[in-house]
Design a binder for this molecule. Structure first.
Ligand code: FMN
Length: 361
């Protein structure tokens, strides 16, 4: 995610490769599964036929075959082109949304633009560009990106919306992290006044106060990117450890479980904007849980990465399984479409309930 203007392109490429390798192979698990706190109520007489169930939905004016988004993962280095190609082909086949990884690398080096723009070859119904808030403000001598860069990033992938990611948990652990954040909200506001912007966290969640500020800044939607799945504190812990940076590795270990659990963030960040529930979504059941507590769709990154590396068949099997699980859940609660799923009752238990009880006091 974090970028390296003024740093060698090789470093950026190596880091992007590291992220994919670490996320595909290392243990990044949290000590608790927050999605299991959300219980849906069984309906013994659904009075619908499984085959009638309609998983389609509309988000940001785009019609999706299912309320699912393949979250931003990669771009900017060799292997990324094939990963993004596999992801885009699957997104086209199932009619789900898809984001690319941070595009800063390609704004600086046209040679890698293809690793992102490959997704234009597919009819992905919702294409999401990606830049990071830390790059919209000056970082030392490094000049910030402006709205024209945002426009160029969108054009590169023919995006319907631009995700601007907030990833300071990662930056604080990353050996080469960008740790200036003053002016971030103003910069986001500038972008959102000119372009359709999705404000996106990357694993630490969005609380209500920030959601309200982002709404005021005129973003079009929120990807709450909460705790419970890929932890970038953990990812950067492995990177710091591998280069012998024990101070950063220590911060990564300490903040491994930092953040607002995704289901909690979905509830508290619901300020009337479309919400994408990303962070630890493992199944179509989790996606259904997300919809039932107010999300417009569920996003997934880490869960799909191993299949994306294996190839198109594996990825298609994974997505089919997710949609089958989503349909099974809709059948068992008696929801024939996504609107009915959204209005079905959800019970919040465990640590998620404790969080909500205290936040809503
Ligand atoms: C390998 C990898 C690279 C990622 N790179 C980006 C990125 O460049 N920009 C971004 O906004 N999010 C990035 N993310 C974060 C995901 O989009 C997502 O918010 C996060 O992984 C939580 O979802 P998960 O638990 O399903 O993995 C990346 C995730 C992974 C696994």
């Amino acid at each position: 995610m974090s970028e390296d203007k003024g740093r060698p392109a090789r470093l950026t490429e190596r880091r992007k490769g590291d992220h994919v390798d670490i996320c595909a192979t290392e243990d990044l698990a949290q000590d608790y599964v927050y999605w299991d706190d959300i219980k849906l109520v069984h309906n013994p007489l659904p009075e619908i036929d499984l085959e009638e169930i309609d998983t389609s939905t509309t988000m940001f004016g785009r019609k999706l075959g299912a309320p699912l988004v393949i979250s931003a993962m990669t771009g900017g280095y060799g292997k990324a082109e094939e990963i993004n190609r596999n992801l885009a082909a699957a997104a086209e086949k199932f009619g789900v949304g898809m984001g690319v990884g941070s595009q800063r690398a390609a704004l600086e080096n046209q040679e890698v633009a293809r690793t992102y723009s490959v997704i234009r070859e597919y009819e992905v119904p919702l294409r999401i560009g990606n830049l990071g808030v830390p790059q919209l403000i000056p970082q030392g001598e490094v000049a910030p990106l402006d709205v024209e860069h945002g426009r160029a990033a969108m054009e590169m992938v023919d995006a319907h919306i631009l995700a601007v990611h907030m990833n300071y948990l990662q930056e604080i652990v990353q050996p080469e992290g960008d740790t200036r954040s003053r002016g971030g909200l103003k910069a986001l506001e500038r972008f959102a006044s000119a372009l359709p912007v999705l404000a996106k966290e990357t694993g630490a969640g969005i609380p209500r106060e920030a959601a309200l500020k982002l709404k005021k800044a005129k973003v079009k939607g929120l990807d709450v990117g909460g705790l419970g799945g890929t932890s970038f504190a953990a990812v950067e812990y492995y990177r710091a450890k591998s280069v012998g940076d024990s101070a950063k590795a220590n911060i990564g270990r300490t903040f491994w479980d930092w953040g607002i659990p995704t289901p909690v963030a979905v509830v508290i960040a619901n300020v009337g904007l479309p919400v994408i529930a990303t962070g630890g979504v493992r199944s179509g059941l989790d996606a259904a849980r997300a919809i039932s507590i107010g999300a417009s769709s569920a996003g997934m990154a880490g869960r799909l990465l191993p299949a994306a590396l294996e190839g198109r068949d594996s990825l298609e099997k994974e997505l089919q399984m997710l949609i089958d699980e989503l349909k099974a859940t809709m059948f068992l609660v008696g929801a024939k479409d996504v609107d009915e799923l959204a209005s079905s009752k959800a019970i919040v238990t465990g640590r998620s309930k404790e969080w909500l009880d205290q936040l809503e006091e």
